[in-house]
Ligand binder design. Structure first.
Ligand code: PMP
Length: 423
């Protein structure tokens, strides 16, 4: 098992891969689509493969292939309400993952504090630590009212996970260099509302802090909610790096292309790390994403535009999965965005103890024990939420597991049936 070759800090990430290997495909709810990307995107990739232009198979501009950065500049000039220069304000890297790495490793220095909102995408902490920074965690917690909501009442909502504003304010000190935030959030599916973003922006401006805004699920927002971009708030453009992902945008996580957008003064530092880590990203997939984005720009605002079609398609999957899980007696937090859903497992009996074996990448906490047991004994794959917290707060995740609903309808049904048979 790959996890053996990693320190404890990295084991959870590797654990995802470990679980995936032992599964019956149809019952896994791990974080990627199990169906094809839109035809417009796959056709674009095919057209590049068959193109008579040999240069599409050779190295391209290191900081981003021209066709792709030009399309992104058009798109984000509107989104960020700021004129985006394709050559100066954008860096294309190896997935949003490498964008995050370049930003953290170029902007965080030894001893800098970095405020991270929990639960968080699990690479933030090791990236900050490996840059010499000190993470300072501020948890979102489900409201007490929500926890008492019973199965027959309204669904609980991901929006009801909130931070303690005093704790958040206190997390910002003269040593704070950066805030890392993620909206729509993985794993809970919360979309930060305008008051929450205003508070974050106020704190960043007051303490002169940079903001790394991970917005990879930017197009996946469900009715009644709106994705707002912190870079558009007063005083924020000049201190914010907005991160997006082609893998999430076109349901093609294996394409591994991401973008960082921000002021030239910040992007130029990310470019140094990128240049010395990967130098350039694959030309064919950049050209294909450029073509696919051009097509979406043409049909922007129509229901056919993939940015609108995908959330429409996922809405019924979200609701069906919530219905199946709740009919098995487990409350869910209905996400406002993204493609993950949190399930409350606190009412379940105590899962078996951890094996303590070195090939066991998960820990002793309740969620981890349940996930391991579900995987091995019931062939149901889920993710334990404690791995989305820093060490000190890990217990906050132990009554929750994460499901993913960007899956074929049949996968969702089989997962639901597996759950019902078990409970
Ligand atoms: N940020 C978040 C919140 C994610 O969920 C993911 C992928 N699961 C990433 C970044 C990384 O995206 P990519 O695949 O483009 O590297």
């Amino acid at each position: 098992p790959a996890s053996m070759f990693y320190s404890e800090e990295f084991r959870c990430t590797v654990g995802h891969g470990y679980l995936r290997l032992c599964l019956n495909k149809r019952r896994e709810t791990l974080g990627f689509p199990d169906y094809a990307p839109p035809k417009s995107a796959t056709d674009a990739l095919a057209s590049v493969a068959n193109s008579s232009n040999p240069m599409l198979h050779q190295y391209t501009r290191g900081y981003g292939h021209p066709r792709l950065v030009n399309a992104l500049a058009k798109l984000y000039t509107t989104e960020l309400q700021n004129p985006i220069d394709p050559m100066k304000n954008i860096l294309i890297s190896n997935g949003a993952y490498m964008c995050l790495y370049s930003a953290i490793h170029s902007l965080v220095d030894e001893g800098d504090e970095v405020v991270i909102i929990e639960p968080f995408f699990d690479c933030y902490e090791p990236m900050v630590r490996s840059a010499g920074g000190q993470p300072v965690f501020v948890p979102l917690r489900p409201s007490a009212d929500d926890r008492s909501t019973t199965q027959n009442q309204r669904h609980r909502s991901a929006q009801d996970w909130r931070w303690d504003a005093e704790q958040l304010r206190a997390a910002f000190t003269p040593r704070t260099k950066m805030l890392i935030m993620n909206t729509p959030n993985n794993p809970i599916g919360k979309v930060f509302d305008s008051d929450e973003l205003k508070l974050l922006a106020e704190l960043c401006c007051k303490h002169d802090v940079l903001c790394l805004s991970d917005e990879v699920y930017e197009w996946l927002v469900y009715p009644g909610h709106r994705h707002r971009r912190i870079a558009t708030l007063p005083g924020m453009w000049e201190r914010t790096i907005t991160v997006g992902s082609a893998g999430k945008t076109f349901s093609a996580t294996g394409w591994k292309l991401g973008w960082s957008i921000g002021p030239e003064e910040l992007i130029k530092h990310l470019q140094v790390v990128h240049r010395n880590c990967c130098y350039t990203c694959p030309t064919p997939s950049q050209e294909a994403v450029g073509i696919a984005l051009e097509a979406e720009l043409e049909r922007r605002g129509t229901p056919e535009c993939y940015f609108n079609a995908l959330p429409t398609e996922l809405l019924s999957k979200r609701d069906r999965l919530a219905e199946l899980v709740e009919s098995a007696g487990l409350p869910v937090y209905l996400p406002a965005g993204g493609y993950f859903m949190i399930v409350d497992i606190s009412s379940l009996p105590e899962p078996p103890p951890a094996t303590g074996s070195p090939d066991d990448p998960l820990g002793e906490l309740r969620d981890a024990r349940l996930v391991r047991w579900l995987t091995r004994e019931r062939q149901l794959a889920t993710i334990p939420c404690s791995c989305f917290y820093g060490q000190a707060d890990r217990h906050l995740g132990e009554n929750f597991i994460r499901l993913c609903f960007i899956k074929e309808d049949e996968t969702i049904e089989q997962f639901g049936r597996g759950l019902l048979n078990w409970l």
